[in-house]
Ligand binder design. Structure first.
Ligand SMILES: [Zn+2]
Length: 281
């Protein structure tokens, strides 16, 4: 059995763009898909990755920022339209339960039509939501065990990182966070750490595109991890591979691949992989 990790979207920030899709990852084990975060386009990225939507079994949300959750409801709804007829569990911070209910209420017209007209399995009984308020072991099945930890992403509270331990490898997804001691503990000895990264010198250019530049710059600097520090976290945790993802800025041509890699290697002695959409690791 091989546990696969595919990056579905690697650009931070909610603005749709050509360069990359919004944050999302999928772990596939035994034809079962575990989706972590649901940025805009996640269902289509799963199609590009050749992961059947009907195999989506668990969805984990790290925190309530639009670049991570915009297509949470859409993923379940479209997977059902694509033939999903088995249980789906959603995991994440409150108010995930209410969000899920309201999403299906908003789209009841289509859902009820398809059940009546196409004789589809009713969707709502398939969906089970689990709100998480603290870290710890959260689920285990035949393929893997999942553990969460609280990370620091003010003002969004709570925000989580997740660790997936399968028989053949361990994978950690940082979510969005400042450099986090909890994350270092969660990732200890992991095979793969996918960590969000920020290139600090480029933030003025990113912020200059918008009228709320000063507030946006302050916000970004106050809740993300500079790429050099992502290397520091990976080194402290003793992970084998550091995968850079959730790039901020997500599409500034002045920040080259080599600049990201060089900065990550300042403090990390293991292997660094530059994330890109649909890369399998
Ligand atoms: Zn965020």
């Amino acid at each position: 059995m091989k546990t696969r990790l595919i990056l579905l979207g690697t650009g931070g920030r909610p603005r749709p763009r050509k360069a990359n899709s919004a944050p999302a990852q999928v772990i596939v084990s035994n034809d079962t898909a575990y989706v972590i975060d649901c940025g805009n386009g996640v269902a289509r990225q799963l199609a590009f990755a050749d992961v059947p939507l009907s195999t989506v079994r668990h969805i984990f949300l790290t925190h309530h920022h639009s670049d991570h959750i915009a297509d949470y409801g859409n993923l379940i709804w479209l997977a059902w339209c694509a033939g999903l007829r088995t249980r789906v569990d959603g995991w994440g911070p409150p108010p995930l339960e209410r969000m899920t209910q309201l999403f299906f209420e908003m789209n009841a017209c289509d859902i009820e039509t398809r059940i009546a007209d196409e004789e589809r399995t009713p969707l709502l009984p398939l969906v089970h939501v689990h709100e998480l308020s603290e870290g710890g072991p959260i689920m285990q099945d035949d393929n893997l065990a999942v553990t969460a930890t609280l990370v620091d992403h003010p003002p969004v509270v709570p925000a989580f990182a997740y660790r997936f331990d399968a028989s053949d490898r361990s994978i950690v997804i940082s979510g969005d966070t400042l450099p986090s001691d909890n994350l270092i503990r969660l990732a200890e000895g992991a095979d793969v750490l996918v960590h969000e990264v920020l290139y600090v010198p480029a933030i003025d250019r990113l912020a200059a595109r918008v009228p709320n530049a000063a507030a946006l710059k302050r916000s970004i600097l106050s809740h993300h991890t500079p790429v050099e520090d992502a290397g520091r976290v990976a080194q402290a945790a003793g992970v084998k591979r550091l995968v850079l993802s959730h790039f901020v800025p997500p599409d500034d041509p002045a920040v080259t691949d080599q600049m990201w890699l060089d900065a990550a290697r300042v403090h990390f002695r293991g292997e660094v992989i530059l994330g890109r959409d649909l890369l399998e690791i």
